[in-house]
Design a protein around this ligand. Sequence first.
Ligand SMILES: [Zn+2]
Length: 123
Amino acid sequence: MKSCVFCSILQEQIIFENDSCVAFFDKSPVSIGHLLIIPKVHKETYFDLSRSEKMDIDEIIVRAKVDLDQQYSPNGYNIGFNCGEAAGQSVFHCHCHLIPRYDGDIKNPKGGIRGAIPDKMNY
Ligand SMILES: [Zn+2]
Protein backbone atom coordinates (compact mmCIF):
# COMPACT_ATOMS: atom_id res chain seq x y z
CA MET A 1 0.00 0.00 0.00
CA LYS A 2 1.36 3.43 -0.96
CA SER A 3 1.86 6.06 1.68
CA CYS A 4 3.11 9.64 1.82
CA VAL A 5 3.55 12.68 4.05
CA PHE A 6 -0.23 13.21 4.16
CA CYS A 7 -0.84 9.59 5.20
CA SER A 8 1.14 10.27 8.35
CA ILE A 9 -0.60 13.51 9.34
CA LEU A 10 -0.69 13.71 13.12
CA GLN A 11 -3.91 13.48 15.07
CA GLU A 12 -3.19 16.82 16.78
CA GLN A 13 -2.96 18.58 13.40
CA ILE A 14 -6.47 17.53 12.44
CA ILE A 15 -9.03 20.33 12.56
CA PHE A 16 -12.04 18.48 11.11
CA GLU A 17 -12.77 14.81 10.66
CA ASN A 18 -15.56 12.54 9.49
CA ASP A 19 -15.78 8.87 8.45
CA SER A 20 -13.43 8.97 5.48
CA CYS A 21 -11.73 12.39 5.49
CA VAL A 22 -9.73 14.81 7.61
CA ALA A 23 -8.79 18.49 7.32
CA PHE A 24 -5.70 20.33 8.52
CA PHE A 25 -4.10 23.71 7.88
CA ASP A 26 -1.71 23.95 4.93
CA LYS A 27 1.82 24.33 6.31
CA SER A 28 2.56 26.94 3.62
CA PRO A 29 -0.77 28.77 3.57
CA VAL A 30 -1.50 31.11 0.69
CA SER A 31 -3.97 32.95 2.93
CA ILE A 32 -5.00 32.91 6.57
CA GLY A 33 -7.14 29.82 7.20
CA HIS A 34 -5.97 27.84 4.12
CA LEU A 35 -7.18 24.28 4.78
CA LEU A 36 -6.45 20.98 3.08
CA ILE A 37 -9.08 18.25 3.10
CA ILE A 38 -7.91 14.72 2.30
CA PRO A 39 -9.25 11.18 2.25
CA LYS A 40 -7.91 9.06 5.13
CA VAL A 41 -7.00 6.33 2.65
CA HIS A 42 -4.17 7.15 0.25
CA LYS A 43 -5.72 8.00 -3.14
CA GLU A 44 -3.73 9.88 -5.74
CA THR A 45 -6.24 12.29 -7.23
CA TYR A 46 -9.85 13.40 -7.09
CA PHE A 47 -10.60 10.90 -9.84
CA ASP A 48 -9.60 8.01 -7.58
CA LEU A 49 -12.08 8.95 -4.84
CA SER A 50 -15.25 7.03 -4.12
CA ARG A 51 -18.56 8.84 -4.17
CA SER A 52 -18.75 8.71 -0.38
CA GLU A 53 -15.25 10.20 -0.01
CA LYS A 54 -16.29 13.07 -2.30
CA MET A 55 -19.40 13.59 -0.18
CA ASP A 56 -17.31 13.55 3.00
CA ILE A 57 -14.93 16.16 1.56
CA ASP A 58 -17.95 18.29 0.73
CA GLU A 59 -19.33 17.85 4.24
CA ILE A 60 -16.06 19.17 5.71
CA ILE A 61 -15.94 22.10 3.24
CA VAL A 62 -19.39 23.22 4.38
CA ARG A 63 -18.57 22.74 8.07
CA ALA A 64 -15.15 24.41 7.77
CA LYS A 65 -16.65 27.47 6.07
CA VAL A 66 -18.83 28.15 9.11
CA ASP A 67 -15.77 27.96 11.34
CA LEU A 68 -13.49 29.99 9.05
CA ASP A 69 -16.20 32.65 8.63
CA GLN A 70 -16.39 32.99 12.40
CA GLN A 71 -12.64 32.99 12.97
CA TYR A 72 -11.35 35.07 10.06
CA SER A 73 -14.35 36.68 8.28
CA PRO A 74 -13.01 36.14 4.75
CA ASN A 75 -14.78 37.82 1.84
CA GLY A 76 -14.71 34.77 -0.45
CA TYR A 77 -13.26 31.31 -1.06
CA ASN A 78 -11.46 29.32 -3.71
CA ILE A 79 -12.06 25.56 -3.60
CA GLY A 80 -10.02 23.24 -5.75
CA PHE A 81 -8.05 20.12 -6.53
CA ASN A 82 -4.79 19.94 -8.45
CA CYS A 83 -4.93 16.61 -10.32
CA GLY A 84 -1.62 15.49 -11.77
CA GLU A 85 1.83 17.00 -12.05
CA ALA A 86 0.87 19.03 -15.13
CA ALA A 87 -1.85 20.67 -13.04
CA GLY A 88 0.61 21.55 -10.29
CA GLN A 89 -0.02 18.68 -7.87
CA SER A 90 3.07 18.12 -5.70
CA VAL A 91 1.85 15.73 -2.99
CA PHE A 92 0.26 12.75 -4.68
CA HIS A 93 -2.35 12.15 -2.02
CA CYS A 94 -5.56 13.78 -3.17
CA HIS A 95 -6.19 17.05 -1.35
CA CYS A 96 -8.83 19.71 -1.69
CA HIS A 97 -7.66 23.27 -1.07
CA LEU A 98 -10.14 25.44 0.77
CA ILE A 99 -8.65 28.92 0.45
CA PRO A 100 -10.30 31.83 2.23
CA ARG A 101 -10.01 35.05 0.21
CA TYR A 102 -9.88 38.58 1.48
CA ASP A 103 -10.70 41.85 -0.23
CA GLY A 104 -7.45 43.25 -1.57
CA ASP A 105 -5.36 40.08 -0.98
CA ILE A 106 -4.25 40.35 -4.60
CA LYS A 107 -4.46 43.36 -6.89
CA ASN A 108 -6.99 41.93 -9.35
CA PRO A 109 -8.72 38.70 -8.26
CA LYS A 110 -11.02 38.59 -11.32
CA GLY A 111 -10.89 35.13 -12.87
CA GLY A 112 -10.02 33.34 -9.61
CA ILE A 113 -9.13 29.72 -10.29
CA ARG A 114 -8.59 30.65 -13.95
CA GLY A 115 -5.31 32.00 -12.59
CA ALA A 116 -4.07 28.38 -12.64
CA ILE A 117 -2.95 29.46 -16.12
CA PRO A 118 -1.86 33.02 -15.35
CA ASP A 119 -1.70 34.25 -18.96
CA LYS A 120 -5.34 33.27 -19.42
CA MET A 121 -6.60 34.62 -16.11
CA ASN A 122 -7.69 37.97 -17.50
CA TYR A 123 -10.50 37.89 -20.00
ZN1 LIG B 1 -0.85 9.41 1.29
